[in-house]
Design a protein around this ligand. Structure first.
Ligand SMILES: Nc1nc2c(c(=O)[nH]1)N[C@H]1C(S)=C(S)[C@@H](COP(=O)(O)O)O[C@H]1N2
Ligand SMILES: [Mo]
Length: 195
């Protein structure tokens, strides 16, 4: 048994350019961790016409959930592979919502925002997650619930998510206004504006 050998190595192609693997799960937050009592928690989708669709905490938990296992890629260059989550697909939340919007601006308890095209929230690529590794999602990592959109850099996976506003025009969020890339595809290494 050679030291340090643990099973089959993953192919290098599993990591986007400029990323390294980490086993632990760093916490990156731009401000203090908000604590949201579950009886006050709500998630609101707002269309470009101003139509609201709201879920309380028990209503969110009552929706069909999925258990995605996904790789995370942070713009600070760490990647963590095969992380497991539980939550509700955005396809479920967006179903039958009348919208022609092309963009989404995600809002959080605490004030953080991030933007992405609405299409990137569809087709089984984004979830509102409340479970991680078989337990409730801890506050430091975004509990009670966060957005998980793992095909983009992790700053798009908004912690303590409160709502998503659908927009006809793109509007930059917190890091996007500070020089980070508007889209943030790790495989194309879209870290900063102009990449
Ligand atoms: N509300 C909120 N969401 C956020 C952030 C934040 O500061 N506030 N940081 C983002 C950044 S830059 C990263 S890398 C990830 C970090 O998630 P983690 O702390 O669970 O590793 O959360 C993202 N979501
Ligand atoms: Mo980040």
């Amino acid at each position: 048994m050679s030291p340090g050998f643990r099973g089959r190595p993953r192919p290098a192609a599993a990591l986007p350019p400029g990323q390294y693997l980490t086993e632990d799960f760093p916490v990156l937050s731009a401000g203090p961790t908000p604590r949201i009592p579950l009886d006050e928690w709500e998630f609101v989708l707002t269309t470009e016409e101003g139509l609201d669709r709201r879920w309380t905490w028990p209503e969110l938990l009552a929706l069909p959930s999925e258990r995605p296992t996904v790789d995370l890629h942070c713009v600070t260059r760490w990647s963590k592979l095969a992380t497991s989550w539980q939550g509700v697909s955005l396809d479920t939340l967006l179903a039958d919502l009348p919208t022609g919007a092309g963009y989404a601006l995600v809002h959080c308890y605490g004030g953080y925002t991030t933007n992405l095209p609405l299409a990137d929230l569809r087709d089984g690529r984004a979830w509102i997650v409340y479970g991680h590794d078989g337990a409730d999602l801890v506050p430091e990592h975004g509990g009670p619930a966060r957005l998980l959109v793992p095909h983009l850099y992790l700053w798009k996976s908004a912690k303590w998510v409160r709502g998503i506003r659908l927009l006809t025009e793109d509007q930059p969020g917190f890091w996007e206004s500070a020089g980070y890339h508007d889209y943030g595809d790790p495989w194309r290494e879209q870290r900063y504006q102009g990449d």
